[in-house]
Design a protein around this ligand. Sequence first.
Ligand code: NI
Length: 191
Amino acid sequence: MALLKIATVGNPVLREVARELTREELASAETQRFIDDLVETMRDAQGAGLAANQVYRPVRVCAIEVKDNPRYPYKPNVPLTILVNPTVTPLDDETFLNFEGCLSVPNLRGEVPRYTRARVRAWDREGRELDFEVKGLTSGTYQHEVDHLDGKVFLDRVQDTRSLTTWADFDRHHKAAFVERAKALVARFGS
Ligand code: NI
C-alpha cells in the first residue's frame, strides 16, 4: 500500500465532477489497490473521510471512517465505509449548522448548513448495492464527501464567511458552543 498526495484548494482536480466507475473497473486489481491506498491515506492524515479526487483521481469513490478521531473528538464513530458512485438525497428540509474542516483546505474551518437526515445509495467496493439513511453529524460527513465528487468543497457552502476560523481559533473561540450543538444532535440521533 502507499500513501497518496492530497490536493489542496486551488488545485483544479478538486473542481472536476468525478466520473462514475463501471463494475468492471471497480473489480480490477488496480482499482481495489487504489481503494486500499485511499483508506490508508485517510487514516494517516486523520481524516473522517477522503474522496478520490482529493488524491488526484477524479472517479466517484470515497471512504468514510470515524474512530475516536482526534481532529473531530465530538464525532460519533462510523465504521469504515467505501462508497462507489454514491448519491445523497435529503429526506426532508431540516438542516443544522455543521462546523467543517477538510484535508484539502488546510487550517480552516467554517459553518456549513447540512441536511439532518439523508438517504445514501451507492455500491460498496465489491459492487453490492447499498441503500441506507444517515442522520445528525454523520449525515454531514456523508454530504461533505459526496460534495467532493461533484467538484465542491465546504467553502462553497459557507453562508456566513465570518464563521471561517483557523483550527487554533476554533478551539479558542468556537469549539465550546459547537460541541454543545453537536452533543444535542448525538443525543437525538446517536450519530
Ligand atoms: Ni473534505
